[in-house]
Design a protein around this ligand. Structure first.
Ligand code: NAD
Length: 472
């Protein structure tokens, strides 16, 4: 992709700090410069969006559904172009980017079918009265999006917000704003009122401007736990409702009665997107009876993964930045200094110094309390631990501040339901990883978040409930 510049040029001289330089993490070469929105850009986007509220809510619900379906169709028609944009700004394998664009389209299809199903209830109250509830849209919703799957995660919250009658101001992460900017143009062409979806690129300052803005009626933040806490504090000033989709340090539990081959084949998926996935099961607990065969299979699969630029569709692309790669490398080195054994990977691959690559890495002999087993590294590193009993596995799996996802592997129906019930996680998958769907709610227990995205449950966050009593 050629280097290009996006955004309105103003007459005043712009300093470096007004521009986001987007680089390809596979080469660290510049692919685009994007003008940051900052306070004034966010103000403008919120103001245009506010003007679009009435027009968008004036669409019949079924008509809104048709527009969302148009967006889904356009996303599918433009899969190749959008996937190239996503790969240029993240370095991700192009086949994964294509899959993510198709999944973004799935969100619009799913919520297109729900626009005319945002229903209320009638409630039997005492006396001669009719009491009913209506779900009303919030108005302008602010969406703070991370870089690890910009288009998909943008779609995940934009589709339900729009389906229930809201307009959107979305702020992509500074590392990867291009795909949402492309989406803004695509969505406008699908028949939305002007400004109903506005994208305000920028960094933390632009994010703060959106979070604090008095014209924003609801917020959804997807990102790290630390930033999420800051967003929640800022939202408190205007009592703005906020949905938080935060990080994880998810466990995978492989029991002695599991299909070990299948468990290993799925578990190697932890390295997908170079491990930069919120629900990645980076803590792998394996029963002592199958520890040897499982680890052998997982190491073999891990070592067969190829690492290289996403445009050439290697299995594992680069980390988002040089800092992120160096942080991951330092964490592995510290773990090894603390006694960890490297089962696979553990190095910066040779001859890849232009990009931010790190080998998919499996560690063992790691204490559950070691930072590498407790902190979200957001890189291609997982730790493998041995356990003896079901109770021990559950206790150790739950011993984390996070609670986004958990996977378990067993042939026993009893155990599957029993352990799924005990795990402190918003999503549990049995004998499969990963397993997430637009139709099924997704979100965190504990410090992995507040509220739910996906499914019909997401509509609750984008609407407020009004109760009406009529004396008859
Ligand atoms: P991040 O927290 O650094 O940034 C997320 C977004 O918030 C970005 O757009 C960023 O510019 C913006 N931001 C930063 N500081 C802000 C502030 N003070 N106020 C308002 N906005 C601000 O996260 P990231 O590095 O972009 O993404 C990686 C993190 O996201 C990981 O922790 C990952 O687990 C998490 N994540 C969670 C989910 C989920 O569904 N739970 C999905 C994907 C990623």
């Amino acid at each position: 992709m050629d280097h290009y510049r996006i955004g309105r040029q103003r007459s005043d001289a712009r300093g470096e700090q007004d521009v986001l330089n987007v680089t390809d993490p596979a080469t660290n070469r510049l692919v685009a410069s994007v003008v940051k929105s900052g306070d004034s850009g966010v103000d403008a986007a919120v103001s245009v969006a506010s003007e679009a509220v009435e027009a968008w809510q004036g669409f019949d619900p079924a008509e809104r559904g048709r527009v969302l379906r148009q967006i889904a169709d356009r996303l599918r028609d433009e899969t190749d172009r959008l996937a190239r944009v996503e790969t240029a700004e993240t370095g991700r394998p192009i086949s994964t980017s294509r899959h993510l664009v198709a999944s973004a389209a799935d969100y619009f299809d799913y919520y297109a079918g729900l626009t005319d199903k945002v229903e209320g209830e009638t409630i039997p109250v005492p006396g001669d009265r009719l009491n009913y509830t209506v779900r009303e849209p919030l108005g302008v919703t602010g969406h703070l999006v991370p870089w690890n799957a910009s288009l998909l995660l943008g779609a995940r919250s934009i589709a339900p917000a729009m389906a229930s009658g809201n307009v959107v101001v979305a702020k992509p992460a500074p590392e990867a704003p291009l795909s949402l900017l492309a989406f803004e143009r695509l969505a406008a062409a699908a028949g939305l009122p002007d400004g109903a979806v506005a994208v305000a690129p920028g960094g933390a300052e632009t994010g703060r401007a959106l979070t604090r803005h008095e014209g924003v009626d609801g917020l959804v933040f997807t990102g790290s736990r630390e930033t999420g806490k800051e967003v929640m504090r800022a939202a408190a000033d205007n009592v703005t409702p906020v949905n938080l989709e935060l990080g994880g340090k998810s466990p995978s539990l492989v029991f002695a009665d599991a299909d070990v081959t299948q468990a290993a084949e799925d578990t190697v998926g932890v390295f997908s997107n170079a491990g930069q996935v919120c629900y990645a099961t980076t803590r792998i607990f394996v029963h002592e009876d199958v520890y040897g065969p499982f680890v052998d299979a997982l190491v073999g699969l891990t070592e067969s993964l190829t690492v290289g630029p996403g445009v050439a569709d290697f299995d594992i692309g680069p980390l988002i930045s040089r800092d992120a790669r160096d942080r991951v490398a330092a964490s592995v080195d510290e773990a090894v200094d603390d006694g960890a054994t490297i089962l696979a990977g553990g190095r910066i691959p040779e001859d890849t110094d232009d990009g931010n690559f790190y080998e998919p890495t499996l560690l063992t002999d790691v204490d559950d309390d070691d930072p590498v087993a407790r902190e979200e590294l957001f890189g291609p590193v997982a730790t493998v631990h041995e356990f003896s009993s079901e109770a021990e596995a559950i206790q150790r799996a739950n011993d984390t501040e996070y609670g986004l996802y958990a996977a378990l592997w067993t042939d026993s129906l009893d155990r599957a339901h029993r352990v799924a019930g005990e795990l402190e996680a918003g999503t549990v998958s049995v004998n499969e990883y990963p397993a997430t769907f637009p139709q099924a709610p997704f979100g965190g227990y504990k410090e992995s978040g507040i509220g739910r995205e996906k499914g019909q449950q997401a509509l609750e966050h984008y609407t407020q409930l009004k109760d009406v009593t009529v004396q008859l």
